[in-house]
Design a protein around this ligand. Structure first.
Ligand code: WT7
Length: 656
């Protein structure tokens, strides 16, 4: 944990344009700090009234609910709107297709500039229906799980919604994960179908998606079919009758499929995420609470108004894509952008070209991209008409004040609300963030809690609540909120152990935090063994077990090291078995790419004769972190280190 950000406390008032909005921009939904405070207070003191009203206003119910919320943190048996029945795909598609069939739902911006396509709500309803009917024809029913391993094409969204239409649970696996990682996720969820593509294109790269799926499926007996969307049209291996072509299949089916009417608390999707231990967890979100969280945060945090074009640059393989590319914007009948490329392809102006071309009103990306573009220079931004922008957002890790200021000035021209949004896969939607038009911002602070979210700062050791301002500890939440994850798939005890038991009576986030003199929250980063590299959440234990899976490796210790652009990067220390002495570093990197994916590969691997351990054999990662950071004069208490001579060996290795 570090408090470096809290020292920077320049306050940015709400931009003039938002305050005096009328002709230039719509009036923000919440237009003063007092209005925020009033509504926030209501949401905390009477959550049932607040969420009951919001749920009735924002969602379409096929059967109304009676109870707003039941259960609690003790057993993790929380249920929102338990008698209610609805359908997520009806909420995202039908109600808008009925009212406004020609409105654009999806703008696809392909990898190659100029490769664009739009899909209206009317078309979306037909596309989702055809695919849902196809899924039905394979025998898929409510509660079955389907793996989606897709590039960033609109068909990925169609796949989400076709599953949701039937109550089939989607489990999206980011298409950068390796065959082994995909296999583990398919096995854990017992998925019956994989929806995928021939290949993906991202920048200069081609990703051989279908080949990776075939590799994964060697050990996935539950999978009956693989549905393959043609993205590039290259020749790919195809195994009939298991494999089916998307375009052949959807042609067979009727372009209307009645939505299944499903209970609020039935599962909508699984999304695997990394934690402190080796195995990824299948985070389970249920229909009504998740959709409500996605919608209400979309409305207030991004100040969504009819006619807006929402541009979230994340991948649909992560929670940001689920909530703010798919469910939030579509539930509102908004227009969402599916961006297939990278911020620097074919040039570092790509984002701004896309903003200008589609007149994007809200733009959402990660600090790592902002830092990269800042380093490449503001001339890549200049010359593009970014005047459509009102809100620019950041997510994934703490944003350093320099990057925040650059984003505000160079991209936002000092005239947009900058929203640094804090949340997690498990929270389902944004939980701490400024609201445009209401909350003055401080660069580096996620500012204030969203409605219904009751943050507390706990002493990490005693678990006592630290009251008042000017305190630092671990971040927890005191009340359930609708979009919180409800369990870990087939592993409820792990859900309890990870989130609800560490501090009894609270949901524990795993993040360190401070609250400054004005009551603003500053997220300080993970307090567990999770590394955040380029906004990717990586588990040290998972990378270590990938390394140890190599024949030549005896032991491995992985640490996160500060990096200017990516926030953190992965470094690994490895000891070899006597018979593994000839093991080369590049084999070890390959091992992690194989076990998890290229994005998790260590940037540096040090082969060392021994690791620093306590006398009881616990690896002292703290020592490794200090050695790499060049702070070997601050190693702290070494009295438990079993072999002190190891320090100089490590220093020599790192400084080689
Ligand atoms: C972890 C969750 C939620 C979408 C992307 C990441 C870190 C996320 C912020 C922020 C500081 C942030 C936290 C959190 N994080 N947003 N605005 N400021 N830290 O989702 O992969 O589930 O990771 O990302 O450490 O616990 P995720």
């Amino acid at each position: 944990m570090s408090t470096m950000f809290t020292e920077h406390s320049k306050i940015h008032p709400v931009p003039e344009r938002l305050l005096h909005a009328k002709k230039v921009a719509p009036k923000p939904h919440i237009d003063s700090f007092e209005a925020y405070q009033k509504m926030y207070k209501k949401s905390i003191t009477d959550p049932e009234a607040f969420w009951g009203k919001s749920a009735r206003e924002l969602l379409h119910w096929h059967k109304p609910f009676e109870t707003v919320v039941s259960g609690g943190f003790d057993y993790g048996d929380i249920a929102w709107f338990p008698e209610g029945e609805l359908n997520a795909s009806y909420n995202c598609v039908d109600r808008h297709a009925l009212a406004n069939p020609d409105k654009v739902a999806i703008i696809y911006e392909g990898n190659e500039p100029g490769n664009n396509r739009t899909i209206t709500y009317g078309e979306l309803l037909r596309d989702v229906s055809r695919l849902a009917n196809a899924l039905k024809s394979y025998g898929l029913r409510k509660g079955d799980t389907v793996a989606i391993y897709m590039p960033m094409v609109p068909e990925a969204i169609i796949a989400f919604l076709a599953c949701a239409r039937l109550g089939v649970v989607h489990s999206v696996v980011f298409a950068g994960f390796s065959a082994e990682a995909l296999r583990d996720r398919i096995q854990d969820a017992s998925s019956k179908l994989v929806i995928t593509a021939d290949e993906g294109r991202r920048g200069e790269k081609t990703i051989r998606i279908k080949k990776i799926v075939d590799e994964a499926l060697k050990e996935c007996p539950t999978v009956e079919h693989v549905l393959v969307y043609k993205r590039t049209g290259s020749d790919v291996p195809f195994k009939a009758p298991r494999d089916l072509w998307w375009h052949d299949e959807i042609e067979k089916h009727r372009p209307y499929c009645p939505p299944e009417i499903i209970n609020s608390e039935d599962a909508l999707f699984l999304l695997y995420t990394s934690g402190s231990t080796g195995k990824p967890k299948g985070i389970l979100h249920t229909i009504a609470g998740y959709l409500l969280g996605a919608m209400i945060t979309f409305k207030y945090v991004f100040d969504y108004h009819e006619g807006d074009v929402f541009g979230c640059m994340a991948d649909i393989g992560w929670i940001t894509g689920h909530t703010y590319i798919v469910y939030g914007p579509l539930c509102f009948g908004g227009t969402t952008v599916v961006f297939e490329s990278t911020p620097i392809y074919p040039t570092p102006s790509r984002y701004w070209e896309v903003v200008a071309k589609h007149k994007i009103t809200q733009f959402y990306t990660a600090p790592t991209a902002i830092r990269l573009l800042r380093r490449l220079g503001r001339h890549h931004v200049e010359g593009y008409d970014l005047s459509s922008l009102r809100v620019i957002g950041s997510v994934g890790e703490p944003i350093n004040p320099e990057a925040w200021e650059w984003y505000n000035e160079v991209v936002g021209k000092g005239n947009c609300a900058v929203v640094d949004t804090y949340w997690q896969t498990e929270t389902g939607s944004i939980v701490i963030s400024p609201l445009p038009g209401a909350i003055p911002t401080k660069p580096g602070s996620a500012t204030v809690p969203f409605f219904g979210v009751d943050p507390v700062i706990l002493d990490p050791v005693t678990g006592e609540e630290l009251h008042g301002n000017g305190v630092e500890g671990v971040l927890a939440f005191k009340q359930p909120w609708p979009s919180m994850a409800k369990t870990v798939y087939n592993n409820h005890h792990r859900y309890l152990d990870t989130y609800l038991k560490p501090y009894k009576g609270y949901y524990f986030t795993g993040d360190g935090v401070s609250r400054d003199g004005d009551g603003y929250y500053w997220i300080l980063g993970r307090v567990d063994d999770v590394i955040n590299a380029s906004g990717h959440r990586l588990s040290t234990a998972e990378i270590e077990s990938a390394l140890v899976a190599h024949d030549g490796v005896a032991e491995a210790a992985v640490i996160g090291v500060a990096h200017d652009i990516t926030g953190q990067e992965v470094h690994a220390f490895v000891t070899l078995k006597p018979r593994g002495e000839s093991t080369e570093i590049k084999e070890l990197i390959l091992q992690v790419q194989k076990g998890i994916g290229t994005f998790a590969a260590p940037k540096k691997i040090y082969i060392v004769p021994d690791l620093p351990k306590t006398r009881s054999g616990k690896i002292m990662r703290r020592v490794l972190r200090k050695v790499v950071a060049g702070e070997s004069d601050q190693l702290g208490d070494l009295s438990t280190l079993s072999d002190p001579s190891i320090i100089s060996t490590l220093l020599d290795k790192v400084n080689e």
